[in-house]
Design a protein around this ligand. Structure first.
Ligand SMILES: Cc1cc2nc3c(=O)[nH]c(=O)nc-3n(C[C@H](O)[C@H](O)[C@H](O)COP(=O)(O)OP(=O)(O)OC[C@H]3O[C@@H](n4cnc5c(N)ncnc54)[C@H](O)[C@@H]3O)c2cc1C
Length: 446
């Protein structure tokens, strides 16, 4: 395997538990003994799909010690007023903030305990599909060597070197759609009492139309804050080059966050501006030799909080394909790709839509009304009308099916709220009839 990130380390556990001899080459030094710049999101949101995969290999109990539940979106307006919009209808429908390095280290430990070997400081440079030779460069950059590898599973992330070799050597078509927005990470430290200075169990959002600030809680009382902003134009990363402009921008747009950001200027100019995008690859596998999995196959923008969750679900689904076609990697890879690709396309599209929802739509009273109505309809028709966000975050229905049902439900919500402004005005009999007509009575099973 190439890459011992989140997907690679979890997949190594799955494979080692099946008795395979697993060798992983990871370009970074071992993060359990070296400090590695996070590079990107220091914490992430873990949801039901990811949790199911972690449970499957018996490590969720350990992981659960790293979690902070987030019950909903805490919206902050320009006056600093806040309002919580719950993510789900029931108390178990929450997502969880988790430290990326904390989770990655735990997964690496578990992979090694299961029997996998991880070689650190080994960067994959190229893969020759004729000879099956994998070219590796040691971190010093001075030594390179080759290993006979097939089958290779590439979990080397959005910039996958293996995917690039598929493009260069086999002409595989890949589109990398970069978003014209970037992101910057900042820190709200713990308060003087060591506690979180804002509500702990929420994902905080400062939606401002074309851009937004978000904050996720950490176990040490701090929050990791992320500013999502266009690269060019006004306002943009390009327009915030001067410290005075930066401070004024925060004072105007995020006054209540600014009071908790003592190191704003230092962090803003020292931290890199991250890029985000969607990767569409025509092929995810080469015969029985190579498979791309996780971000290497389908990197997506982070706004649905599903990149890691989807990658973890990939591991579970690949494991099922291995079970089905034991010993025949060609069939395993073919089945995995055909089953998973439509779902990856669906979640990538929904993640893009969610950017508009988070930074803009959440402020719209119609959006809030439809949210409330969605929960009401779910209560009346459990398992039949399930809000799309819940289908993605709290269920295991294939993403493409969640997208399909979500589109029908959106039409229902639009029709029911076209001429009203409050939940009391909803014609509930009409709602029941239209749900019966469009969705039937069969409950979703996952
Ligand atoms: C700002 C941001 C916020 C996010 N928030 C969330 C969230 O809340 N919830 C969620 O589910 N997802 C989130 N994601 C997405 C999530 O980070 C990714 O989907 C996830 O990390 C994918 O895991 P991976 O193992 O496929 O790739 P990675 O985590 O990128 O791991 C790839 C590994 O391969 C190694 N590697 C790379 N190239 C080579 C090479 N040539 N040779 C050897 N090793 C190599 C890397 O060092 C790394 O260890 C977020 C992403 C971003 C950018």
């Amino acid at each position: 395997m190439i890459g011992a990130g989140l997907a690679g380390s979890l997949l190594a556990i799955f494979l080692a538990r099946r008795g395979f001899k697993v060798t992983v080459y990871e370009r970074q030094p071992d993060m359990r003994h070296h400090t590695i710049p996070a590079g990107r999101s220091i914490n992430l949101a873990l949801a039901h799909r990811g949790i199911r995969a972690l449970k499957h290999v018996g490590i969720f109990e350990q992981v659960s010690k790293l979690l902070i539940p987030m019950r909903g979106r805490m919206l902050h307006d320009k006056q600093g007023r806040t309002a919580l919009t719950p993510y789900g209808r029931t108390p178990t429908e929450v997502i969880h903030s988790i430290s990326r390095p904390g989770l990655n280290k735990l997964l690496m430990d578990a992979a090694e305990n299961a029997g996998a070997r991880i070689h650190f400081g080994q960067r994959c440079d190229d893969l020759d599909f004729d000879s099956g030779n994998l070219q590796l460069v040691e971190d010093s950059g001075r030594h390179s060597h080759t290993v006979q590898a097939p089958p290779v599973i590439a979990t080397d992330g959005g910039g996958s070197a293996v995917r690039q070799a598929m493009v260069k050597r086999l002409g595989v078509k890949v589109v990398e759609d970069l978003l014209p927005h970037g992101y910057k990470e900042l820190t709200i430290p713990a308060g003087a009492d060591g506690r979180h200075p804002m509500e702990r169990e929420a994902l905080h959002i400062w939606p401002r139309g074309g851009y937004m600030l978000i904050a996720l809680p950490n176990l040490d009382g701090s929050f990791t804050v992320t500013l999502f902003l266009p690269a060019q134009g006004i306002p943009s990363f390009a327009s915030l080059e001067k410290p005075a402009t930066l401070r004024a921008f925060f004072a105007n747009n995020f006054p209540d966050a600014l009071q908790f950001l003592p190191d704003l200027e230092n962090e803003f100019y020292a931290h890199p501006t991250g890029l985000m995008g969607t990767v569409h690859s025509d092929a995810w596998h080469v015969r029985d030799q190579v498979l791309l999995l996780g971000d290497a196959a389908h990197a997506m923008v982070p706004f649905h909080g599903q990149g890691m969750n989807c990658a973890f679900e990939d591991c579970l689904i690949l494991d099922r394909c291995i079970e089905k076609y034991a010993g025949n990697w060609g069939k395993v890879f073919t089945e995995f790709e055909s089953q998973r690709k439509p779902d990856a396309e669906a979640i990538a599209a929904m993640a893009l839509e969610n950017y508009v929802e988070m930074r803009d739509a959440v402020r719209d009273p119609k959006f809030q009304l439809q949210k409330k109505l969605g929960f009401l309809l779910e209560e009346r028709h459990p398992g039949v009308f399930v809000p799309r966000y819940s289908l993605v975050m709290f269920h295991h229905l294939p993403y493409s099916e969640a997208q399909r049902r979500g589109a029908i439900q959106q039409q229902i919500l639009d029709a029911l709220t076209a001429h009203i402004g409050s939940i009391e005005a909803v014609d509930i009999k009409q709602a029941d009839a239209v749900i019966y007509e469009k969705l039937g009575t069969r409950k979703i099973t996952t």
